[in-house]
Design a protein around this ligand. Structure first.
Ligand SMILES: [Zn+2]
Length: 275
C-alpha cells in the first residue's frame, strides 16, 4: 500500500498538472470506486482544481471556487497516472478526470477487488471525512510523539500503523522506521525511555524523508525498502539475516540483533489469539 512517502511524491508530481487547465469531463467512475453520489460527478465539469493536497495516505483535489473537493484513497492496489494529451490510457479506469487540453488523471486498480475510493465532497464534508486522522507523521517531533506514546499502552508496530493515532505510516514504513530506531516492533509504547522516544521521532522523520526523496526520483520498492520485503537478506547495519514474525493479520520484518537483543519474536497470529 502506498504510504506517506509514495503519496507525497505523487502529490508533488500532480500539483502543477491538475491545476493547469479546467476539468473538461469528470468520469467515468467504477460504481465500487466512487463512494458518493451527491453532488454528482458531473458538477466538476468546467471547474479548475487548485492543485493536489495530501492528508495522511489520501490525496485531496480542491476546486478553485472552494465549493468541492475530490478525495482519493488508493488502498492497496490503486494507482494514479497522469496521461499527456493523446497518450493512451486504460480502457476501463476506476476513475478518470479529463482536463481541457487533453491531459487525463486516471485511477486504475489491479485485481478484481475494488477497494480504492474516490469521494466528491463539499469542504465541510471532506473535513468531517478526515477528522478521525491523527497528526501527520512527517515532522511530528519527539514532544508530540512522547505524548502520543504515553496516551495508551500499545505495541509499537500496530501503533505506528494506526491512522487515528499518526497519519501516513503503514506496514512497510513501520518496518523501516522501527529498524532505523533500533526498537522492537513489540515494544510497549508506555515503557519507552526518553532517549528511545527521541530515536523513534528521529527515525520517523529520517526514514519518511529518505523514502520521499527516493520515490520522487522514481525508485521502485527494491531500491527504497531496506527491511520490508527483505526476509533473509543481511541487515544493512549488522549483517544479521532479517527475520519475520506474524502479528495479528500482519507480517512484520525486523533484525533480531539490532532490534530485539538477539531474541526471536514469536508469532501472534489473530487465528491463534482467537482460539
Ligand atoms: Zn541488524
Amino acid at each position: 500500500m502506498p504510504e506517506l512517502p509514495e503519496m507525497e511524491a505523487w502529490r508533488r508530481g500532480l500539483d502543477g498538472p491538475v491545476s493547469a487547465t479546467p476539468i473538461a469531463k469528470a468520469g467515468p467512475a467504477h460504481v465500487a470506486t466512487l463512494k458518493t453520489y451527491d453532488p454528482p460527478l458531473s458538477s466538476l465539469d468546467g471547474r479548475r482544481l487548485t492543485g493536489a493536497e495530501r492528508r495522511g495516505k489520501r490525496l485531496l483535489f480542491p476546486t478553485e471556487d472552494g465549493e468541492l473537493v475530490v478525495v482519493v484513497h488508493l488502498m492497496t492496489a490503486g494507482r494514479l497516472r497522469l496521461l499527456r494529451p493523446g497518450e493512451k490510457g486504460p480502457k476501463q479506469p476506476a476513475f478518470r478526470l479529463a482536463f481541457e487540453g487533453g491531459a487525463q488523471l486516471v485511477l486504475t486498480e489491479a485485481g478484481s477487488k475494488k477497494r480504492a475510493g474516490v469521494w466528491l465532497l463539499r469542504p465541510d464534508q471532506a473535513q468531517a471525512e478526515l477528522a478521525h486522522l491523527g497528526p501527520e507523521a512527517l515532522g511530528l517531533g519527539a514532544g508530540r510523539l512522547g505524548e502520543i506514546l504515553a496516551s495508551e499502552s500499545r505495541r509499537l508496530h500496530p501503533l505506528l500503523r494506526d491512522q487515528r493515532v499518526i497519519a501516513g505510516i503503514g506496514r512497510a514504513w513501520s518496518n523501516e522506521i522501527l529498524h532505523s530506531a533500533r526498537l522492537s516492533p513489540f515494544a510497549v509504547s508506555t515503557q519507552l525511555e526518553p532517549d528511545e522516544v527521541e530515536r523513534l521521532a528521529a527515525a520517523i522523520d529520517s526514514e519518511l524523508a529518505r523514502g520521499l526523496e527516493l520515490r520522487e526520483r522514481g525508485a521502485g520498492n527494491k531500491a527504497t525498502y531496506r527491511i520490508h520485503d527483505h526476509l533473509g537478506d543481511p541487515c544493512w547495519r549488522c549483517g544479521t539475516p532479517i527475520a519475520q514474525v506474524d502479528y495479528e493479520e500482519h507480517t512484520i520484518l525486523y533484525c533480531p540483533r539490532c532490534q530485539t537483543g538477539g531474541r526471536v519474536l514469536k508469532d501472534r497470529r489473530l487465528s491463534r489469539l482467537l482460539r
